[in-house]
Structures are given as C-alpha cells and as structure tokens.
Design a protein around this ligand. Structure first.
Ligand code: NAP
Length: 317
C-alpha cells in the first residue's frame, strides 16, 4: 500500500480507502462491518469515509462502534455534511447546520474530531463566504483537521479559495468527486486549473461505477446487488457500459487480474487522485478489490492505450 499526501497537505492517505455508502447499516451489520474494516486495516487501508446522510446517520453509528478497535492516530476518518434531516435547518451549508451537523456526526462516530470534513454538495441558498467561515471555525475549533468539498464545480471551489484568502481563513484542502472509467471529465478537465494553482487533493468515489465495472451486471441484475436494491441508480446506458466491461475483462485477464481490479488500478494511476474510496458489501469483494494494487504495476503505456481504445468507443466526452 502506498500512502499519498492529500494534495499539498502533510496528511498521508492510503491510496485505497474504504467507504460506507449504501452498505453500512443496510446490507452490512456490526459483525460484517467489523470484519470488513479489520481486513481493510490489516491490508494497509488507513482512511475510512462516511457522511451524516448515509443510512440517516446509521452508517456513522455503526462505523463508530468498530473504530474503537483501532488506535485513533493510525486512522484517517472523514464525514460529510449536507443532508442531516427534514427540518429547514437540518440540511445545507449554513453556519448553523455545518456546526450542528458536525457535532452530531462526531457523537455518532464517538470521536472528538474527524480528519477530513466535507461539504457534501454545493448549497445555492448559502453564500460561499458563510460556508468558508464556518469550516474555518470547525478546523480552528479542532473538530476537523482539513476541510473540503464534494461535487462542487471548479468555479465554486475557486471562489472558496479566493474568499478564504481574502478573509484569512483556512482554505479547502480536497474535493471528493465521482471518478471512474465512465465518468472522467470533471476531474481530468474541469479541475485541472485547481490542481495547478492550489495542489488540491482528491478522494474519489464510485471507482467501480456502483459495481458495473466489476462485471456483475454483464448477465442482468443479480438479486442481492446494489441495482436490485436501489434501482434509481441504474444508468440509462447500462447495456452499452456492459459491452465495454466485457472488453475490459478480456484485457484484465491477459494481465492476470479481474476487471474490477483493472478499473480500480486505472483510478489509482492518476496522480491527482489522493485516495480511491472503494465500497464492498462482502469480504470477498474487498479482497478482490485490494488486488488492484498488483494490477496497477501492470498498467504500461500500451495497456493504458488499450483501455483508452475500449473506452473511446463510448467516450464520456
Ligand atoms: N461524496 C459523494 O457524494 C459520494 C457518493 C457516493 C459514494 N461516496 C463514497 O465513496 C465510497 C465508494 O463508492 P461506491 O460504493 O459507489 O464504490 P464502487 O466501488 O463504485 O461500488 C461499490 C459497490 O459495488 C459492488 N462491488 C464492489 N466490489 C465488487 C466486486 N469486486 N465484485 C462485485 N461487486 C462489487 C458492491 O455492491 P453490491 O454487492 O451491493 O452490488 C459495492 O457496495 C462510498 O462508500 C462512499 O464512502 C461518496
């Protein structure tokens, strides 16, 4: 396992990390969560991702129970604030919700601080200034070490940097974008000036496009899969994607790996990715996904060209 700096910050994140969206407190109970997190940690994963919204706080509560097994200093824990409940002040990026939401997340996680705190989405109803000031207060107050954004546009992130500079606030350190073989444009193109100017870090999500890139949907939708449970996540062009996955699987086989490992390895090779957050509902999936570290060493320029050729048949841009 390699440990990357979070952009220009001193913090070291394992290049592969582990998240709890959809799985924790839904598909995964305490016993299974404990097994998954120990397996991840034993293989060098130090970064675990969460959000106040996941299972309405249930994912944080579950993760918090398992976190007790580890030395706090050995871990990097993140949570994300935006969707905290139904009331008018239970969501968004107002000073009130950011500070109350973080307090509630810490209580569920049974922690004094998180390492990374994200604004889970942009909030059109709150001035970015108010959000920057609240995140600055949370970092200075010790509830988080670094703050960042998730799924903000480059313009919104740049604006946060400028406001932070003007107000002498702590600027964001990272963004959490979706990034996988089907969804590349934002990280590779839109964010490019932010990497040059601010050396922003990224912790990317859905490296397997919710499982499509594991090949599990090649013959339809298995009963116990994410798409069976959450049909609203099924992409419109699933059939087209499956055709590409079948091609990628042949390439992966030639490299002695699986298509899931190839897809995750492809995310790992991007120098602007600080950590690839994987998800798993079963131990066997996590074991397989950890094998991406070996496949990464086989991504020669020729292999990258072959991947590009397969993907450009239905380019994302
Ligand atoms: N910031 C944000 O807005 C945001 C959004 C989404 C996620 N995230 C974070 O990123 C993490 C990862 O995202 P993700 O869960 O979408 O990642 P993903 O790797 O694209 O999908 C994970 C899911 O795919 C299936 N899977 C994983 N490995 C597999 C394998 N080897 N073989 C077959 N199936 C496999 C499992 O689902 P089934 O077994 O149920 O089919 C698993 O839960 C989340 O847990 C969360 O922490 C952040």
């Amino acid at each position: 396992m390699h440990y990357n700096n979070l952009g220009k910050a001193g913090l070291k994140l394992s290049e592969l990390s582990f998240g709890s969206w959809v799985t924790f407190a839904n598909q995964v109970d305490f016993t299974e969560a404990k097994k998954l997190m120990h397996l991840a940690f034993d293989h060098g994963i130090n970064f675990f991702d969460n959000a106040e919204a996941y299972a309405h706080g249930g994912a944080e509560t579950l993760m918090g129970k398992v976190l007790k097994d580890f030395r706090r200093e050995a871990l990097v824990i993140s949570t994300k604030i935006f969707w905290g409940g139904e009331g008018p002040n239970d969501k968004g990026l107002s000073r009130k919700h950011l500070i109350e939401g973080t307090k509630n997340s810490l209580k569920r996680l049974q922690l004094d601080y998180v390492d990374l705190l994200f604004c889970h989405r942009p909030d059109a109803d709150t001035p970015i200034e108010e959000t920057v000031l609240a995140m600055d207060a949370l970092v200075r107050g010790g509830q988080a070490f670094y703050w960042g954004t998730s799924e903000w546009s480059a313009i919104q992130i740049e604006s946060a940097y400028q406001i932070a500079e003007k107000l002498h606030c702590i600027p964001p350190s990272m963004e959490q974008p979706r990034y996988n073989l089907f969804y590349r444009e934002r990280l590779e193109k839109e964010y490019s000036p932010l990497f040059k100017k601010h050396q922003m870090g990224t912790t990317i999500w859905s490296p397997l496009a919710s499982g499509v890139l594991s090949g599990k949907y090649n013959q339809g939708i298995p009963k116990d899969s994410r798409f069976a449970k959450e049909p609203h996540l099924i992409p419109e062009n699933l059939n087209k994607q499956v055709e590409q996955v079948k091609e990628l699987a042949k390439l992966a086989l030639e490299l002695g790996g699986t298509v899931a490992q190839l897809a995750i390895a492809w995310c790992l090779q991007n120098p602007h990715v600080s950590s690839v957050i994987t998800g798993a509902s079963h131990i066997a999936q996590l074991m397989e996904n950890l094998g991406a570290l070996q496949v990464k060493t086989k991504l020669t320029p020729e292999v990258m060209k072959a991947i590009h050729k397969i993907m450009s048949k239905e380019a994302a841009y």
